[in-house]
Every structure is written in C-alpha cells, then in structure tokens.
Design a protein around this ligand. Structure first.
Ligand code: ZN
Length: 107
C-alpha cells in the first residue's frame, strides 16, 4: 500500500492483539532478540471475519464495473471487446463471441 509501519506501531499492535487473545507468543530458538507469534483459535476466527468483510467489500466495488458479454453472458471486469451492431454498442468478452452473436443474427 506504499506505507511503512514503524516498529513501535507494530509492537504496540502486537501487544494489543496479544492482550485481546488473538495471538500468543511462541519461542523462537533462532534469535533471542526476535519474537514469534502465532494466531490463537480466537485470532483465526477474527482473521476469517476480517477476510470475509474485505471479500464482501471487494465484491461490492467490482460488481458495478462488471459487464456481461452480449453473446455468452460471462461477466467481464476489464478488457472488453466492443462492437457496434445495429446502431448499438455491445460488449463482448472476445471477438469470437462477437462473431457468434453476429452469426446468430445472420449479419
Ligand atoms: Zn462471450
């Protein structure tokens, strides 16, 4: 996201997560200076709720930008193939679908 987090912020955040019971400290034999954490069962449920919320937000954000191919009906987010047929600009997923559509109209 182009942002950096200071170590102070990260450790305060970890402390808060630990206090809330979302993570627990684990021993890391590699270094005495480094700390390891793992998600608790409660933390896993919390993360799943967060992911579900983001999933819903992304779906809502994308939904309005989706277009349906006039031929096969597949939903397209980007890179549409457009053709003007009978004075109307139609959206297709690809040139093959546009040709199939035109063939079905005997154009
Ligand atoms: Zn199509």
């Amino acid at each position: 996201m182009g942002k950096t987090a200071s170590p102070t912020y990260v450790y305060d955040f970890l402390k808060k997560l630990k206090k809330e019971g979302y993570i627990e400290e684990i021993t890391t034999p590699k270094s005495k200076r480094s700390k390891g954490f793992k998600l608790t069962k409660k933390g896993g449920k919390f993360i799943n709720r967060i992911f579900l919320r983001f999933d819903n937000l992304i779906e809502v954000a994308i939904q309005s930008k989706l277009k349906a191919c006039a031929s096969c009906g597949v939903k397209i987010y980007d890179d549409f193939h457009t053709e003007t047929i009978g004075g109307k600009e139609l959206v297709f997923c690809c040139g093959h679908c546009a040709n199939a559509y035109k063939n079905s109209l005997n154009l």
